[in-house]
Every structure is written in structure tokens, then in C-alpha cells.
Design a binder for this molecule. Structure first.
Ligand code: XMP
Length: 322
């Protein structure tokens, strides 16, 4: 729309002014809409003086890394450095089952990898600006000030290092989420990115109850992709706030397939409706949709022989299981 076009153009102008004719900036991409829109705006303003960094921690869902590396880059022309750090994160998570411990490790590794990239980028010349996808509600929540101290500690993957000597560029600072999505459409970003439901920074790492392993990630990724596909096909994307699919990796359940007994794992579907994730209700997904999800997951993912539905509101249950 006309106003959305203006909002994007104003944001681009403001960034150009702030960064100046020679300034360089770095932006971390998470796969989510906020960092993507922020990066696309800054790219429009300063072109290749922006370098984006995508740390692939191997905990994203099926297709999401490709969406960033291929589709987003194709549309925006962003200069991107991809770090395939999946092995490193898996190694760091070996033997860890405690959810808070997982979060700490993922956050810590993320910062380390990001800092390495930063150093490599700065070898080509100084960088003075760090791009953040901070939204208006975040600004209000953190007291409205500026500076690294205000990067929210629950930032996607555990917070960025606070000893960074960068000025922050926050092109989404005056926008609400729905405006960010419309800006994303205006910028031509991939719809799957623009309409992506909330997804936690630690990713699938906190949707495997138990230790995170390569095989378990593969299993969960397949089950999650099927659930997302069927919920979308049923037209439920706008009704459902998010639908974690959780692998109960330390639980085994007996099943029967053909003539044989199976001893596999259950997955939990956790579709919720919510306004802001502070409270939530379990979504009344039609039975026939649930049936299709269940049939497909148990048919197509060999290791899963049971699909269960979480019917707990928040409170008392959180949205995620970990
Ligand atoms: P809970 O599970 O607390 O989740 O009801 C509320 C919202 O926050 C997301 N979530 C996280 N996001 N890092 C994130 O960036 C995290 O560690 C994390 N834990 C939960 C969750 O997906 C929901 O949208």
C-alpha cells in the first residue's frame, strides 16, 4: 500500500543518514521475519556495505536454512556469510538434557561463532554498526533507551555480547509486528519468511525432550514439516499462533505395524492460539486435520509410532515443553 511504501522508504532514508556515506554494518539473520526485514531495509540503504551473517546452528526446521541462504538472498541481493556450525552445536550439546543448560550452551556457542565472523568481516575494514530487528514493543519494554545494554536478554539465542563497540541500527524500532510483516511483503520477501510463526532461537534444540542428537533432529524435522504442511493446507496458519512439535526422545511407546511390533517414540502436537505468547489456549484443530497429521507422521516417519495432542492452556503449561 501507499503508506507501507512510505514507511519502508522512510526507514531506508533514516538508515542511510545514520550510517553515512562510508559506514559499514553487520546484521545477524535468524531465519525469522524481524532480522530479515531489518536486513533488507539496511541493504536498500547501504548495499554491500552491509554484511549479513547467518549462523546455521543446525536446529532450524526443514527448509529454513535454504530459505535464508537462497530465497532471501535472491530477493534482496544481500551480501551474506553463512556459517555451517551444526556439528559444533551438536558437539557442545552432547550429553545435555536440561532445557536451561541447552539454552545457555546454544546462546554461548552462537555468540562465539558470531564473534569469529565479525572479526573476519572487520579484517576487510572497520565496522561501526550492528543491525538489530528490535520492534516497538521491545523498545517500550526495555525502557525506551538506546545502546547495547537494551538488547533484550531473551533475544533469540541468548543475547549478543555486551562488550561490542557498535552503534545499533534499529530500522524497525517504531513498528509493530503486523507492520513489519507488511514491510516484508512490500520488500518482496519470501512469504514463508514474512508469515513465519514465532520460533524460539534455540530452535528444535528445546523441542527434543532429552539429549539432542543428529538422528533425533532428523526425525523431529520430518514430523514438524508434515504438521506444518497439513495445518497450512487446512488454512489454519492465521488461527494458530504457533504449533510446536515435540519429540519425546527419552520415551518409547509400543506400536504395531503390519505383522510387527514397533518400539518407537511419541511426538506431541502443541497448537496454540494466543495474542502475545504470555497466555495461550490450545487450538481446537478440526479432528480430520489432526487425523491427517497423525496418519502421515506415523506412516512417513519410521521412528514415530504415536502422535499425541497437548490440550493444556498457558498457564499452567508453557507453550514450549522445555
Ligand atoms: P513459553 O514456552 O515460555 O514461550 O510459553 C513463550 C514464547 O517464547 C518462545 N520461546 C523462546 N524464544 N528463546 C526464544 O527466542 C527461547 O529460549 C524461548 N523459549 C520460548 C516460545 O516459542 C513462545 O513463542
Amino acid at each position: 500500500s501507499w503508506t507501507m511504501l512510505n514507511i519502508v522508504e522512510d526507514a531506508v532514508d533514516a538508515v542511510r543518514e545514520q550510517v553515512g556515506p562510508h559506514g559499514r554494518a553487520i546484521c545477524g539473520l535468524s531465519g525469522g521475519v524481524d532480522s530479515a526485514v531489518a536486513a533488507a531495509i539496511v541493504q536498500r540503504a547501504i548495499g554491500d556495505r552491509l554484511t549479513c551473517v547467518f549462523v546455521d546452528h543446525g536446529l532450524l526446521r526443514k527448509g529454513e536454512a535454504e530459505q535464508v541462504e537462497r530465497d532471501f538472498v535472491a530477493v534482496t541481493g544481500v551480501r551474506l556469510r553463512v556459517v555451517d556450525a551444526a556439528e559444533r552445536f551438536l558437539k557442545a550439546l552432547t550429553g545435555v538434557s536440561d532445557p536451561e543448560e541447552k539454552r545457555k550452551i546454544i546462546g554461548r556457542e552462537f555468540i562465539r561463532v558470531f564473534e569469529d565472523e565479525q572479526r573476519a568481516i572487520m579484517a576487510d575494514g572497520p565496522v561501526d554498526f550492528l543491525v538489530q530487528g528490535t520492534l516497538y514493543p521491545d523498545v517500550v519494554e526495555s525502557g525506551g533507551g538506546t545502546g547495547a545494554a537494551n538488547i533484550k536478554s531473551h533475544h533469540n539465542v541468548g543475547g549478543l555480547p555486551d562488550d561490542l563497540k557498535f552503534a545499533l541500527v534499529e530500522p524497525l524500532r517504531t513498528l509493530f509486528k503486523d507492520e513489519v510483516r507488511r514491510a516484508g511483503e512490500e520488500l518482496g520477501l519470501p512469504p514463508a519468511m514474512v508469515w513465519r510463526q514465532p520460533f524460539p532461537g534455540p530452535g528444535l534444540g528445546i523441542r527434543i525432550v532429552g539429549e539432542v542428537t543428529h538422528d533425533r533432529l532428523e526425525i523431529l524435522r520430518e514430523a514438524d514439516a508434515i504438521a506444518r504442511e497439513e495445518l497450512s493446507r487446512a488454512g489454519l496458519d492465521r488461527d494458530i499462533w504457533q504449533c510446536p512439535v515435540v519429540l519425546l526422545a527419552d520415551v518409547r511407546s509400543v506400536g504395531v505395524q503390519g505383522d510387527g511390533r514397533t518400539y518407537g517414540h511419541p511426538v506431541v502436537l502443541r497448537p496454540v492460539s494466543s495474542e502475545d505468547a504470555m497466555t495461550a489456549d490450545w487450538s481446537r484443530v478440526p479432528y480430520d486435520v489432526l487425523a491427517r497429521v497423525s496418519t502421515r507422521i506415523t506412516n512417513e516417519v519410521r521412528e514415530i509410532n504415536r502422535v499425541v495432542l497437548d490440550v493444556t492452556s498457558k498457564p499452567p503449561g508453557t507453550i514450549e515443553w522445555e
